[in-house]
Write a protein that binds this ligand. Sequence first.
Ligand SMILES: NC(=O)c1ccc[n+]([C@@H]2O[C@H](COP(=O)([O-])OP(=O)(O)OC[C@H]3O[C@@H](n4cnc5c(N)ncnc54)[C@H](OP(=O)(O)O)[C@@H]3O)[C@@H](O)[C@H]2O)c1
Length: 251
Amino acid sequence: MKIVVIGGTGLIGSNLVNKLRQLGHEVSAASPSSGVNTITGEGLSEVLAGAEVVVDVSNSPSFEDQAVLEFFQTSTRNLLEAEATAGVKHHVALSVVGTDRLQGSGYFRAKLVQENLIKDSSIPYSILRATQFFEFVGAIANSGIVDGKTHLPPALFQPIASEDVVLALVKVVAGSPLEGTLEVAGPERIQMDEIVRRYLSIMQDHREVVTDDDAPYFGVVINDQSLTASEDAMIGKMSYQDWISDPANQR
Ligand SMILES: NC(=O)c1ccc[n+]([C@@H]2O[C@H](COP(=O)([O-])OP(=O)(O)OC[C@H]3O[C@@H](n4cnc5c(N)ncnc54)[C@H](OP(=O)(O)O)[C@@H]3O)[C@@H](O)[C@H]2O)c1
């Protein structure tokens, strides 16, 4: 099957491209660094010619409110239009668990716009919503810094190894379009402030983490339900402890 992975050079995309190739698919890793740009349209019709499935795992270069909105809006519109012309049969996109509950955040407003454009298009689709990647815990540690201390809420969340997200995407790609949304999450619910303390301790980073109920997560105050997955979510295998114990992940 010919599959195009938009964002095929990113964290999720590069691993997904490798796994799909190992399964014998003809896979194009499409991104600006390979001459395909969903914002300008460069290389898009050429890479989509003959493709059956498109997986969009791209991300905005900027998370500033207006920039991220423009990215997902323009990119998704251009992509879906080009897919309709090319006769693509399945559009798969990666989104985030809780996107609809986090609309106080510019990033999540942009992800919801992306999801709605997909639902309103004529291309059969599947949306996979994942929880935060283990690889993203460092970025969480770097957010919410006040006077050199990281302020984070004690809210439960359910992070996942990006490897487990890729395995879930491989399953979605192999199946028929869901015409709906599926969730994938990590095996444990963990307090956000606690996981960041564990991460900083392993990284020998002596920054203090202040537990603060009102500290926002990328602009939104969250509770135990905001980022955790529903009961019927697919669950990844890898625990955070096993993942962070691997020196390759201590970067
Ligand atoms: N981080 C998390 O915890 C998390 C959780 C759930 C879901 N997600 C979702 O997962 C997705 C992938 O995240 P990631 O961390 O794997 O992303 P990433 O590593 O930042 O990679 C982003 C990819 O997007 C490509 N890209 C940027 N601008 C583009 C454009 N104009 N046209 C085509 N491709 C473009 C980049 O290409 P170049 O390399 O050429 O610049 C790169 O391949 C995102 O949609 C995000 O919302 C993330």
